[in-house]
Design a protein around this ligand. Structure first.
Ligand code: ADP
Length: 233
């Protein structure tokens, strides 16, 4: 479970997040959508513990910057950061050591590499990977330790159709396994129907929140998004 309470983040005079609160329950997928500059990456980075902010963020009850929280958090950054001189497999080994995973991590690692068509690239160096391959590796390393809360910042960017399909299946499997997922995107057509709650972000705040199971859903997410972001009726 992820809880964000009244988070405000300013960069100098710019208020990138203005008093944001949200929760993502166990077995729930929340999406953050909004135009460029809305503040999506900023709140994700605050949750990941990379920025200072006013307010409070809990990961399954632990303050987000605590070691306990970090052990159960997975983060897929907007820009994949791979080590030039580690191979694909060594990246996973590095994570396994850092999180002190049991020996059977290799089974899950191989499964992930196969799903994302990286198994035959496992001996390639980070610097030899294309942007899409780096992104796929970044996803594998973020979930290898089976985190309870996973935050994805624009995870579809740069992926090929096979990887997008795998990633969508993975979202649903992680949810079914009890994880809380927060996914930011500006690609509305990529989110389709797997989400439970959608927050539409504008100028650092939530302009609207929509629940997928709401029986009074008259408007599609896309209609609501354009109505809000383009101020149309
Ligand atoms: P999004 O992810 O929705 O595109 P961001 O969270 O990246 O939005 O940005 C929100 C606002 O904060 C924007 O106005 C952006 O210019 C500003 N911003 C983001 N990062 C920085 C930074 N490191 N320094 C100054 N301003 C920033």
């Amino acid at each position: 479970m992820l809880n964000v309470y009244n988070v405000t983040k300013k960069y100098g005079k710019i208020t990138a997040n203005n008093n944001i609160s949200l929760s993502v329950k166990d077995s729930e997928i929340a999406i953050l959508i909004g135009p460029n500059g809305a503040g999506k990456s900023t709140i994700i980075k605050c949750i990941a513990g990379l920025l200072r902010f006013e307010g409070k963020i809990d990961i399954s009850g632990y303050e987000n910057k605590s070691l306990e929280a970090k052990k159960i958090l997975g983060y897929v950054p907007e820009m994949p950061a791979v080590y030039d001189l580690l191979t694909v497999y060594e990246h996973l080994e590095f994570i396994a050591r850092a999180y002190e995973l049991k020996e059977n991590w290799k089974i899950y690692a191989n499964e992930l590499l196969e799903r994302f068509e990286l198994l035959d690239k496992k001996d390639k160096l980070g610097k030899e990977l294309s942007k899409g391959m780096q992104q796929k590796l970044s996803i594998c390393t973020a979930i290898l330790h089976k985190p309870k809360v996973i935050i994805f910042d624009e995870p579809m960017v740069g992926l090929d159709p096979h990887a997008i399909k795998e990633l969508k299946n993975l979202f649903v499997e992680l949810k079914e396994g009890g994880a809380s997922l927060l996914i930011s995107t500006h690609m509305l057509d990529s989110v389709e129907n797997y989400w439970d709650v959608a927050h539409i972000m504008m100028n650092g705040s939530f302009a609207a929140t929509k629940y997928n199971n709401d029986i009074d859903n008259e408007k599609s997410l896309e209609e609501l998004f354009f109505e809000i972001t383009e101020n149309k009726n």
